[in-house]
Design a protein around this ligand. Structure first.
Ligand code: GAP
Length: 466
């Protein structure tokens, strides 16, 4: 996996290694030599991922009477991608090293040397900038400075779904973004519910892009998940709602426990012709601030395009004034992988405990993959093991997920739970059995232990985890 060499690449390497070691993220298809640009989430990763998605859904659907959920398909009529402009305009400029055939994304390479370029530039414009700066650009693999011309490469991933012709002439696409499934269901949602403007439709789902240069672990992958919300407004309300959405999304991100100093807004200078305003929430990844979420004011572009493409009227009639118009759209869009990586980077902590360096993930308890671990002090004492198992069963009715662990000594178990970010470890010892029916509860961050009565344990842990 490629990791840019920066002063913090060591941190990134530690996080990638922890992700593999503790079952958060595995490289895809590893036993077959891997598969570039895709990753699998392991037992801890899937819990964390689900917690992040549940948090988003809570903030974007359950807490809001004006937003409803949707789950549209990955495959859609290919005409959708023509109408949206993706079959023509959704491309990145690619050049190849003539010496070692390494491919580079020219706009990103130009950006790295301080030359403003973006994916919306024409092939000629990009090649002009590329030519002017060729002496400053080296192949990241062999270091030579001999590249082909930049060529625009479409990012949509094609499939042969439903195409039974020999020549394979009618590709369908794996969706490149989830929001198109929202736009084409606006009419259905309006017809089947009682939504009045302004209202939003939210969706979480997979998206696929033929990224030329997948990079930085989960940051840019070829298969990823998006959490997108499209909010429909009256024309004169678009920018008022946009400001409200920006504020709301920032609050939602902060409520995950991310440090505010690692977050900032970035305003887009080059807007696409239909956009009114575009901001990204950037996170301070180990290589510096980079896009985590986009919050964009898109005007009527999306619904106008789908109205033209489908021949269906996608207007809204104001029930009070009877005025008909195409709703304006503001969107928030964040990749689960980018949020996951930000949360891992933010939580990763090293300190010294008992004269040893310790690594722990300082997750907010609500997103920690495991909430509580229960141990018997010694695994070869049946009375300790059976009491610990009993406590585990009782807790497991009330708090989840929790784990029972009797592998290795207690010190090793603490280290293991620290590395997956478990907020509390409960240990059953001889005092539990012989003295006062209390257990020790160890706090992940301070390492301090408190004795808590077994009969108080559920309430004690619930209040600490809340
Ligand atoms: N509907 C708008 C849209 O898709 P985008 O900026 O292309 O806009 C939105 O993507 C978000 O999706 C990004 O801010 C990022 O969090 C995530 N994302 C985009 N491409 C990605 C990739 N290749 N790998 C991981 N996440 C990606």
């Amino acid at each position: 996996m490629e990791i840019a060499k920066t002063k913090d690449s060591e941190l990134m390497e530690k996080i990638v290694s922890l992700c593999k070691r503790r079952g958060f993220v595995y490289p895809s298809s590893e036993i077959y030599g891997g598969f570039a640009g895709v990753y699998d989430f392991g037992p801890m990763g899937v819990e964390l991922e689900n917690n992040l998605k549940a948090h988003w859904w809570k903030w974007m659907v359950h807490k809001r009477q004006d937003i409803v959920g949707l789950d549209s398909c990955i495959f859609m009529n290919p005409k959708i991608w023509e109408a949206s402009g993706h079959t023509k305009g959704f491309s990145d400029p690619l050049a190849e090293c003539k010496n070692c055939n390494t491919r580079i994304r020219v706009d990103k390479v130009l950006e790295e040397i301080g030359v403003k370029a973006d994916e919306k530039m024409s092939e000629e414009e990009i090649n002009r900038l590329f030519d002017e700066n060729k002496n400053k650009i080296k192949c990241p693999k062999c270091g030579k400075q001999n590249f082909t011309k930049a060529r625009k490469f479409n990012l949509l991933v094609k499939s042969n779904l439903g195409d039974f012709t020999e020549a394979g002439t009618a590709p369908s696409y794996l969706r490149g973004e989830t929001c198109q499934g929202i736009y084409v269901n606006v009419k259905n949602v309006l017809d089947s519910g009682h939504m009045k403007l302004p209202f939003g439709i939210a969706q979480i789902g997979k998206a696929f892009r033929n990224e030329i240069a997948p990079r930085q672990f989960l940051f840019r992958t070829r298969e990823f998940e998006q959490m997108e919300m499209q909010y429909l407004t009256k024309p004169d309300q678009e920018m008022i709602e946009y400001e409200k959405l920006r504020e709301y999304r920032f609050k939602a991100i902060v409520s995950l426990g991310l440090k505010e100093e690692n977050l900032k807004w970035h305003k887009h200078d080059n807007l696409v012709f239909y956009a009114k305003e575009a901001y990204d929430i950037e996170y301070n990844y180990p290589w510096g601030f980079d896009e985590m979420e986009g919050v964009h004011a898109r005007g009527t572009y999306d619904l106008t395009q789908h109205s033209k493409g489908s021949g269906q009227e996608l207007t809204y009639q104001d029930p009070e004034t009877n005025e008909k118009f195409i709703p304006h759209i503001i969107e928030s869009s964040i990749g689960v992988g980018r949020l996951f990586l930000a949360v891992m980077c933010d939580a990763y902590t090293e300190d010294v405990m008992n004269e040893e360096t310790r690594v722990y993930l300082k997750f907010k308890p609500s997103i920690a993959p495991v909430k509580v671990a229960v141990f018997p002090l010694l695994k070869n004492k049946p009375e300790l093991v059976s009491k610990a198992k009993h406590i585990f069963e009782v807790l497991n009715e009330e708090i989840y997920p929790i784990v029972f662990d009797d592998n290795g000594n207690v010190g090793k178990r603490y280290r293991r739970q620290d590395e997956i970010g478990t907020p509390f470890c409960v240990t059953v010892d001889f005092d539990t059995i012989e003295k006062d029916d209390t257990v020790t509860v160890r706090d992940r961050d301070s390492g301090k232990q408190e004795r808590v009565a077994v009969k108080e344990l559920v309430n004690y842990l619930k209040s600490k985890l809340a």
